[in-house]
Design a protein around this ligand. Structure first.
Ligand code: ADP
Ligand code: MG
Length: 621
């Protein structure tokens, strides 16, 4: 075996150095959270030990139970957080405390450069181990991986790097298993040496940690300062809102309030306890591919895994614990993948979560709105992915509509116009832009409500054949639209006027001839009342919003659109007599329709030339 004996200096990964710079110079006032982060890591380490010891009992052969100790030393001005958990070997110290592995912290760092006030972000998202540099000028981590005869010391003053060296004899003796983290406190952080401060923070943030946390005062006996119970095993009637809030913060490592709490025990074919929360704010990494569900699996109070896919991906914002009475303790991570018992739990719990969201939507719309605003875009992935629950997820969904409000499909259908047989929607990038889209004109003139969909996922789920309450969803930028049975409500619009004056067949033929194979077809529009033209997809083709999205990612050839022209528009009416300008007008009709959809004309320079020529011609008249 090759071991280095002299201290070895290593640089931090660039992002870590950046993060540490912020921590060291932080003006963030709520520095208390550092202790919570260290205790949470200590608790994770104890969890891992307990799990690994199931297969390898020799790891805890010394009989010392996993626990956490907090040791203030006023003379040395140090605060130590010590655990007898799994520990870290040399490489783990280097990897875990020298790079940023967890995606949350990664995206936090990515945001830092944009944020005006990075300090505030610390409080919102937590930054794990590195938070300790808010209060410490130097940190020394001594660790022994369970079962190893080697003890390593990692130390850093938060600059550009850290040192790693084997522990001396004293330190090796002190750390029989697990990790000792010694913080050399900054001058203004010495209050953390006071036992009452430590107790206050532990009670506030870490009371739910399942392992005993002992405070080791300079004088007197160590005493346990947390209740160390698995809160989810207690009965609902014993627990207050405050208890749940603390449990949420400690289990989820969150700082906000839970917007929804679901606590129950399932008995029957399988027994398990469930304690789940929906956060009220959105984490940075919600759309990170690497992000897994954050529901922890326990078996009879022993932590097994936090990546067991206990809920479908579209509920990946839910946090909490599922604790099974029936699964074998020695279930391996591989076995978790297709364990049928776990599959049943997953199915049942998914149903409960959706049911609870539904309830909340009816009984506490404000709390529900918070969840929907933060996670609606994720939940809608389920409409596409989870065929079985499509109906339910559609019912949960809220949409901004042309009414100006966020509405459910149930509300939409209740207020539907007489003779209206479809639910209309339009997909685009922003509500503002959609509102001025000409494709809404004819619907507006009839008072027909239209869903305005702006989340990227909207382009996908709407491409499945979907209906709600017996009414199919229909895109206003796709296929034929027939509003003829729905009366006009705006009196000033008279669609019938002048229609006969234009030679429809001739006009369309001229435009078609001019545009050639730039468009799939040209036809008279039912959608438009005041604008001259718009582009739509054919009934069988994909919606144009989805086409655009796929084209950006280079997936699939873009189908040619259909150009619809408004025969009542003076520019369109002019085509028949325009002679040699007819071609220019035809192109302008196509190009302005592209612009209104948020696209660029294929040849912007030619577009400008054409526009100028036509304007000049007009002025000469
Ligand atoms: P996170 O806990 O989200 O992974 P942290 O920055 O808090 O991020 O910790 C980084 C990693 O360092 C942990 O994932 C873990 O592997 C390791 N680590 C930190 N503290 C300990 C500890 N007390 N015992 C064992 N490993 C630890
Ligand atoms: Mg952590």
């Amino acid at each position: 075996m090759t071991t280095t004996t002299a201290p070895e200096s290593q640089p931090f990964q660039a992002e870590v150095a950046e993060l540490l710079h912020l921590m060291v110079h932080s003006v963030y006032s709520e520095t208390d959270i550092f202790l919570r982060e260290l205790i949470s890591n200590a608790s994770d380490a104890c969890d891992k030990l307990r799990y690994e010891a199931i297969a390898r009992p020799d790891l805890i052969a010394d009989g010392a139970p996993p626990e956490i100790r907090i040791v203030p030393d006023k003379k040395a001005k140090t605060l130590a957080v010590v655990d007898s958990g799994i520990g870290m070997d040399r490489q783990e110290l280097i990897d875990n405390l020298g790079t940023i592995a967890r995606s949350g912290t990664k995206s936090f760092v990515a945001r830092l450069s944009e944020a005006k006030d990075g300090a505030n972000l610390i409080g919102q998202f937590g930054v794990g181990f590195y938070a300790a540099f808010m209060v410490a000028e130097r940190i020394v981590v001594t660790s022994r991986h369970a079962g190893s005869d080697q003890v390593w010391v990692w130390s850093s003053s938060g600059g550009s790097g850290f040192e790693i060296a084997p522990a001396d004899e004293d330190a090796a003796k002190r750390v029989a298993r697990g990790t000792e983290i010694v913080l050399h406190l900054k001058k203004d952080a010495e209050k953390y040496l006071e036992t009452y401060e430590i107790e206050r923070i532990v009670r506030a943030y870490s009371d739910n940690i399942q392992f005993p946390i002992f405070l080791v005062p300079e004088e007197g006996e160590p005493r346990q300062i947390n209740s160390a119970s698995a809160l989810w095993q207690r009965s609902k009637s014993e627990l207050s809102d405050e208890d749940y809030k603390e449990a949420y913060r400690s289990i989820a490592g969150a700082f906000d309030e839970p917007a929804m709490t679901l606590h129950y025990r399932a008995e029957g074919r399988q027994s398990y306890a469930v304690l789940l929360f929906a956060p009220s704010t959105k984490p940075f990494d919600l759309f990170d591919q690497a992000r897994k569900g954050k529901v922890k699996l326990y078996v009879r109070r022993v932590f097994i895994a936090d990546d067991a896919d206990l809920l479908p991906a579209y509920l990946r914002f839910i946090r909490g614990v599922i604790d099974s009475e029936d699964l074998p303790l020695n279930i391996s991570r591989e076995m978790l993948q297709n364990n049928p018992q776990l599959g049943q739990i997953r199915k049942a719990v998914t149903g409960r979560v959706i049911g609870e969201l539904e309830n909340l939507g009816e009984k506490e719309p404000e709390a529900f709105t918070k969840i929907w605003d933060a996670f609606g875009a994720v939940i809608k992935e389920g409409i596409w992915e989870d065929f079985e629950r499509r109906e339910k997820l559609l019912a949960l969904s809220r949409f901004t509509t042309t009414s100006g409000e966020k509405r459910s499909l149930k509300q939409y259908v209740e207020d539907i116009k007489p003779n209206q047989t479809e639910i209309y929607y339009l997909v685009g990038d922003s509500i503002e832009r959609l509102k001025s889209n000409p494709k809404l004109e004819s619907a507006k003139a009839r008072g027909i409500e239209v869903l305005l969909l702006t989340d990227p996922v909207d382009a996908f789920w709407t491409s499945a054949p979907i209906d709600f309450g017996g009414k199919p969803l229909k895109s206003l930028s796709q296929g034929d639209i027939d509003f003829s049975l729905i009366p006009l409500t705006e009196e000033k619009v008279d669609e019938k006027k002048d229609e006969a004056a234009v030679d429809e067949g001739m006009t369309i033929a001229v435009v078609k001839e001019a545009l050639g194979d730039r468009v799939a077809d040209v036809r008279a529009s039912q959608r438009l009342t005041s604008s001259a033209s718009c582009l739509v997809a054919s009934g069988e083709a994909r919606d144009r919003a989805l086409e655009r999205l796929l084209a950006q990612h280079d997936k699939g050839a873009v189908k040619k659109p259909i150009l619809e022209i408004n025969l009542r528009h003076p520019l369109v009416a002019a085509i028949a007599e325009a002679k040699d300008a007819a071609k220019d007008i035809s192109f302008l009709l196509l190009e302005q329709a592209q612009i209104l959809d948020g696209e660029l004309p294929e040849d912007p320079a030619a577009f400008a030339t054409r526009l100028n020529q036509l304007v000049l011609r007009g002025l000469k008249l």
